[in-house]
Design a protein around this ligand. Structure first.
Ligand SMILES: Nc1nc2c(ncn2[C@@H]2O[C@H](COP(=O)(O)OP(=O)(O)OP(=O)(O)O)[C@@H](O)[C@H]2O)c(=O)[nH]1
Length: 306
């Protein structure tokens, strides 16, 4: 049996979140740290709209990662809500990881976030220089220097989520800033995001595939129901609704004679089956919810709470 009393004394547990411009590799880094795919990654910005937690379990610590959407200037009501969500997350966590890619110069967006972070005085910020596999050694060195001039950071650490290089160092640096505390979650638990939300994200990801330029942020997904098929323990019925803002967008998602929608459904179904480890029947509908991004009532219905 483990000696619980002695290990509890040095155990650390707490919360971290990653911020950074869209597309800097926050979700990929979190997934790599946690070791399983819980957030959605894509090559286009702002796919992460919800706070998703992944948990790193170590013998000496438990690091609960809250993944935040890209911090950006508000453009729509949805944008404003996201930003206030991000800012309230920042004050609630024990440590913040500020991601800046190694292969792009520091820009306006990074400076904007650095300013916001400077206002959150209570929480230590570790600057994480991401995507180091994409940059040469000198470029990484220059970036580390540039980051050190950007603001005061508790630490600056280079990492590649792709190659796995320095992932353990990132964990260590974050964990060092957590309070001494017994574990907050049971062992083996990887995420406390309700499965329904993850399933919705997978569907949204499949629906955006190939049409991101036309419909960048105009698709929302609500999973109405997930339940085992009666008399079967190997099949799950999932009923989900996609919402777009205009009839023209609906036509794009459906495609010629419905071929695209069918394709979206089958791609999403495969991802969901991989996530849940069971066979899935997916009933996927699409509706127009006019200007849902600007309408507080619709936003609440679609799961974006105040
Ligand atoms: N080569 C390389 N690519 C990476 C690495 N980390 C992320 N990427 C790629 O960069 C792109 C963006 O990564 P995400 O993890 O979705 O970025 P994000 O910051 O979470 O983006 P938002 O959700 O838009 O805020 C994806 O195409 C990733 O595959 C890395 O370490 N190396």
């Amino acid at each position: 049996m483990d000696d619980v009393s002695s290990s509890a004394a040095d155990f650390r547990a707490g919360f971290a979140c990653f911020v950074g411009r869209p597309n800097v590799g926050k979700s990929t880094l979190m997934n790599a740290l946690v070791g399983t795919k819980v957030a959605i990654t894509s090559s286009k910005p702002q796919t992460t709209r919800r706070v998703i937690r992944g948990i790193v379990h170590r013998p000496d610590a438990q690091l609960i990662i809250v993944d935040t959407p890209g911090l950006h200037r508000p453009r729509t009501l949805l944008g404003e809500r996201l930003d206030s969500l991000v800012l309230s997350t920042l004050t609630e966590v024990d440590v913040i990881g500020f991601c800046l890619p190694a292969n792009e110069p520091i820009g306006k967006g990074d400076r904007f976030i650095a300013e916001k972070l400077a206002a959150v005085k209570r929480t230590p910020v570790v600057a994480v220089v991401t995507k180091c596999d994409l940059a040469a050694r000198e470029q990484i060195a220059e970036q580390l220097l540039a980051v050190s001039r950007l603001a005061e950071f508790a630490e600056i650490v280079p990492v590649s989520a792709q190659s796995g290089d320095q992932l353990d160092v990132v964990s260590d640096l974050l964990i060092r800033r957590l309070p001494e505390s017994p574990p907050l979650y049971e062992g083996g638990q990887l995420t406390d995001e309700p499965e329904q939300v993850l399933v919705g994200e997978l569907i949204r990801e499949a629906a955006l595939e190939g049409v991101r330029d036309e419909l960048p942020h105009s698709i929302a997904v609500v999973v109405d129901e997930m339940l085992p098929r009666e008399g079967r323990d190997d099949l799950l019925d999932i009923y989900a609704h996609m919402f777009v803002e205009r009839p023209s967008q609906k036509a794009i998602v459906i495609g010629h004679k419905g071929t695209r929608l069918k394709d979206v459904g089958s791609r999403a179904r495969k991802q969901i089956e991989a996530l849940l480890g069971t066979r899935v029947y997916l009933d996927l509908r699409i509706s127009v919810a006019k200007d849902w991004q600007r309408d507080p009532k619709q936003l609440r219905r679609l799961g974006f709470y105040d």
